[in-house]
Design a protein around this ligand. Structure first.
Ligand code: NAD
Length: 484
């Protein structure tokens, strides 16, 4: 028999220790060939004054084992605390978040008995970059960063996963009608990569109607690939539609490491009562076993779990009055699964795992940076903190223009307020002043911007930031103002 594989295990916060311990009991009973090492993450680490929530010993273990089975962690709201979940995903390069949701009707009540969808969520970018600033008294900013490697890696991964799992369709969801550059990059990469997978049907949906359709007719979806924030929301919707958020597991996959966790949080409202559903954590552990090359154990645990559902073993979150008997406690539910190891479900589809091919990760993780584009500096957006209306600001900003940079517009929260603004437009204390090259060649030097900033300082205007306007191979790398 092969040596047990070391894995790092974090019990987590709230219901985390309850569902993780139940899962570890099942893994032990199923003779999983693993050597768990407990690491501390989350609340207890924050309380020791480590604001990242991850202590050095945990990093050492995780970087050595390269596999982490993690209970949910509480992210303290506000304050100086960063989410450990986001830190781990980004620091370990876990670019793909895979979240299957399946209905188990009639054994778990759901309005959508045919739901069987995998949400593949980009895991490192988007608004989760956590780059936020207060810019004025009235305005906060959160940067949405979307990169070509980020889009290519997740989209390629989703297609490879769809093919490997015998799926038929990949749906991309974005808001590229509004965010034409960021979400637009994601959907254009999707169309490019789709050409390499003619065997799979593809479609693109705007996220709002896509989410509505998912809630209404989830059976029309197969694999969904989307950006980080949308994927977070969609996967919770999909899991809840199957009966409970407590039912879904997830894998966070990178080329160097992988993290497995339930999709639900630490559920402080029921923590310590011994009633949490450990299914999400159990199915995450099943995904982990498949990942580390133990598909036999993964198959056995998943089928025992299905048998338990068929036999009416339910935790409180999925227990219905029509069901037989009382809801089971977390440890009783784990015991019911252990009792059924070696059995196969009668009505639900039997689970069969094969050794996970790492090919799709390897292929997706390889990003070849193309030759650089020709970049030309053609202007600058200067953001200004100003308490008055646009009528007070525009003459002062116009005075800053010269024969190299002319003022082309002023916007407030993206809406043009000069020239020809509407009096109805509500203005905050946060303006953007767009200067564009007035030179015959259409381009300028960085020094022109530095001099412009100096003139702005002499004018007594409080600038917040300068965002350069560039073209790339002649294509503008900036959006127009609303109403421009
Ligand atoms: P939550 O998922 O913890 O709870 C939402 C609701 O679902 C609650 O009513 C809860 O009782 C119920 N629920 C969740 N898991 C359940 C289970 N296994 N069995 C039965 N019922 C379950 O979401 P929340 O309340 O928004 O977040 C609580 C904390 O968890 C926050 O600090 C949040 O940041 C954190 N969180 C962590 C993760 C993670 O570690 N990956 C994910 C989401 C939220």
């Amino acid at each position: 028999m092969s040596n047990p594989i070391p894995i790092s295990v974090a019990l987590g916060d709230g219901i985390g220790p309850e569902v993780t311990r139940a899962t570890l009991q099942i893994l032990a009973a199923a003779d999983a060939r693993i050597a768990p090492e407990e690491v501390e993450l989350g609340e207890r680490v924050y309380r020791r004054g480590i604001s990242s929530g991850v202590d050095p010993a945990a990093w050492e273990s995780i970087r050595r084992t390269r596999v982490l089975l993690k209970g949910p962690l509480t992210t303290p709201q506000g304050g100086g605390f960063k989410s450990v979940n986001v830190t781990l995903r980004k620091a370990l390069g876990l670019f793909a978040n895979v979240r299957p949701a399946v209905s188990y009707s009639p054994f778990v009540s759901t309005l959508h008995p045919k739901l069987d969808v995998i949400v593949v969520r980009e895991n490192e970018e988007d608004l989760y970059a956590g780059i936020e600033h207060r810019q004025t008294d009235e305005v906060m900013q959160c940067l949405k960063l979307i990169s070509r490697p980020g889009c290519e890696r997740i989209v390629r991964y989703a297609f490879a996963l769809a093919r490997a799992h015998g799926r038929r369709k990949v749906t991309c969801m974005t808001k590229d009608n509004i965010m034409k550059m960021t979400d637009g990059l994601f959907s254009s990469v999707f169309r490019e990569v789709a050409r390499d997978y003619p065997d799979l049907a593809t479609e693109h949906m705007i996220i709002d109607i896509g989410a509505a359709r998912l809630a209404d007719t989830p059976e029309r979806f197969d694999v969904i690939v989307t950006l980080n924030l949308y994927g977070d929301i969609l996967s919770d919707i999909a899991a809840q539609l199957t009966g409970s958020v407590g039912l879904a597991g997830s894998a966070n996959i990178g080329s160097q490491a992988a993290l497995f966790e339930a999709i639900h949080g630490s559920a402080p409202d029921i923590a310590g009562r011994g009633i949490a559903n450990p299914s999400g954590m159990i199915l995450s552990a099943v995904m982990m076993l498949s990942h580390i090359g133990q598909p036999d154990i993964a198959t056995a645990i998943h089928n025992a779990w299905l048998c338990a559902l068929e036999d009416g073993c339910h935790t409180a979150d999925i227990h219905r009055q029509a069901a037989v008997g009382r809801p089971l406690r977390t440890d009783e539910f784990a015991a019911a699964i252990i009792d059924r190891l070696g059995q196969a479900p009668q009505a639900l589809r039997k689970a069969v795992y094969h050794a996970e091919s790492s090919g799709s990760v390897a292929a997706a993780a390889q990003y070849e940076r193309p030759a650089p584009l020709h970049k030309a500096l053609v202007g600058v957006d200067l953001f200004v903190h100003f308490r008055g209306g646009p009528g007070g600001l525009s003459p002062r900003v116009q005075r800053l223009a010269n024969d190299r940079l002319k003022l082309s517009m002023i916007t407030n929260r993206g809406v043009k307020v000069w020239p020809d603004g509407l009096p109805e437009t509500f203005c905050t204390d946060h303006y953007r002043c767009r200067f564009q090259a007035s030179t015959p060649t259409g381009d300028i030097q960085q020094n022109d911007i530095i001099e412009l900033l100096q003139r702005m300082q002499h004018e007594g205007l409080d600038f917040i930031k300068a965002e350069t306007l560039c073209t790339f191979d002649g294509v503008p790398g900036y959006a127009l103002g609303q109403g421009q």
